[in-house]
Design a protein around this ligand. Sequence first.
Ligand SMILES: O=P(O)(O)O[C@@H]1[C@@H](OP(=O)(O)O)[C@H](OP(=O)(O)O)[C@H](O)[C@H](OP(=O)(O)O)[C@H]1OP(=O)(O)O
Ligand SMILES: Nc1ncnc2c1ncn2[C@@H]1O[C@H](COP(=O)(O)OP(=O)(O)OP(=O)(O)O)[C@@H](O)[C@H]1O
Length: 287
Amino acid sequence: MSISGVSVAAEPAKLVHKGNANILIRFNDFTRLERCCVRFQSLNRNNIYTLENYQYLEREVTPLLGDYLVRTRKVARNVQLLDLLLEEFRVSRDCSEVFVLEMENLTFGMDSVLSVDHFTKIHKCSSSTAVVWEFKPKWWCETGHICRNCTLNNVKGRRIPYCYNMILAEPGLLRLWLAEYRLPSQFFTDMELYLRSSGNVLAKLYEIQAKLTHSVPKLGDLNGEVDVSETLALLMAMRDVSCFIKWDHENPIRAKIVDVDLKPKSKWAQWMSQQSVLDESNMKVSH
Ligand SMILES: O=P(O)(O)O[C@@H]1[C@@H](OP(=O)(O)O)[C@H](OP(=O)(O)O)[C@H](O)[C@H](OP(=O)(O)O)[C@H]1OP(=O)(O)O
Ligand SMILES: Nc1ncnc2c1ncn2[C@@H]1O[C@H](COP(=O)(O)OP(=O)(O)OP(=O)(O)O)[C@@H](O)[C@H]1O
């Protein structure tokens, strides 16, 4: 129900997931989730960012990702429904409304989740064969060049023996990497075929990244916000998305992309210093 543009719900919002800059909440409908930005301390600033991000998704991202991008709708919620959560995430309530992006819950119906590592989760359902494979593919790299994903994992002390560049190049590896998660053999057979098919979600993302990479400055050369072009911001957004691929015995594979965020230009300093650390690392990896 909507009154003067503000959606009303009887119950306070429930926290479902939390990321670095956003929380995922729900009200009564378990099939939908609402993404609420908590990146900044001021609710007003988070609202402005959410509305800008919505425009950005419509204008810049949908033309690139098409149906792969999860469809979102902007909704205004009364601040009282999120009171406790905003307090928990230290967001000051300097506005009467909270703008959120409402979307499909891509793991609805799943009743268990296994965390494979920082980038990968497997969601399962006890009453069917359905599996949702959730992953963050991160950065595309050219074969033979330094792999940023694997090098960063080493620098951050993450012990992850694979990256999604490898999976795309050799989809058969998936069966080895996920061997201990008791997935149906048909899942791997179908997923291998899918990952070899042109225009699959991972190939699409990496193709977009590969195109954008050629027209941006090196991160290590950034000197200020003025150096962050629209293309660089878009590329950084594409390097930080999550994919959800749903498989079951009967239906075609369904893939969606979430977590596409307009990257604030103020992140340039973090990108530049992280790049310097990687350039100086003696734990570089290529494959
Ligand atoms: O730079 P990276 O590769 O460490 O990426 C950051 C992510 O780290 P991770 O994928 O875990 O290694 C980081 O993810 P985590 O919070 O560590 O899960 C964020 O996604 C961060 O983006 P933002 O500040 O939330 O907009 C990400 O920052 P951006 O570089 O995308 O701005
Ligand atoms: N539509 C969705 N359906 C199911 N789960 C979702 C959906 N969108 C996000 N999630 C879950 O919520 C988590 C946090 O959401 P999200 O990645 O948008 O937050 P973030 O702050 O941008 O994260 P990051 O730390 O990667 O920047 C995701 O990692 C994912 O597990």
